[in-house]
Write a protein that binds this ligand. Structure first.
Ligand code: GRF
Length: 191
């Protein structure tokens, strides 16, 4: 598979995917392109340092469709056939989803359908949950919504702050995202 990764920030999930591809754990795939909508995203330096082609495509006052059209065109030019959202902080347009049916996936730090959206860990702690986790899912037009591919449960520990819970879940995100891509690769190889 040719993988495209969309980021807006730190890019630790992006780095986990690139590293798994580069060490041969995701064996039949390459990361063809990383796109950030934010020029200040810390992940940009990380993807470039790993030798992956990296573009900044800002929205610059355009409509969501116009912005997405430019990203779609860059992904299509490189024959990308799996798009991983990794901390990409924009909702994709219907035209983006239609351009890549069943090929856009996302990771979210909760056990979806519970706690979609922002401030996940704060809300999990405020509700007194005993566990949370992370989910890799296909993306549709709703935020943090679509068929689940894999989930991993992570305990909430006494004394957890949003930061300590986020860090414990993030470790599992890096593992889970790679497992989900391996699963999709295996399924495609069967076809
Ligand atoms: C992760 O927690 C991911 O689940 C959420 O945004 C965060 C991105 O972190 N969608 P990073 O940029 O991958 O480090």
């Amino acid at each position: 598979m040719k993988i495209g990764i969309l980021i807006s920030g730190r890019g630790s999930n992006m780095a986990a995917i690139i590293e798994a591809v580069q060490r041969g754990e995701i064996a039949d795939s390459e990361v063809a392109l990383v796109v950030s909508d934010k020029p200040a995203a810390a992940g940009l330096a990380r993807s470039r340092a790993k030798g992956v082609e990296t573009l900044v495509i800002e929205r610059r006052g355009r409509s969501r469709e116009e912005h997405d059209a430019e990203i779609i065109s860059e992904l299509k030019k490189r024959d990308v056939d799996l798009i991983c959202l990794a901390g990409y902080m924009r909702l994709l347009s219907a035209s983006f989803i239609r351009a890549f049916p069943n090929k856009v996936i996302n990771i979210h730090p909760s056990l979806l359908p519970a706690y979609p959206g922002l401030n996940t860990h704060e809300r999990v702690l405020a509700a007194g949950e005993r566990s949370s986790g992370c989910t890799v899912h296909y993306v549709d037009e709703e935020l943090d919504h679509g068929p689940v591919i894999l989930q991993k449960e992570v305990p909430v520990l006494p004394g957890d702050s949003p930061e300590t819970l986020a860090a414990r879940i993030l470790q599992q995100e890096h593992w889970l995202y790679v497992e989900a891509i391996k699963l999709l690769e295996t399924e495609r190889n069967k076809k």
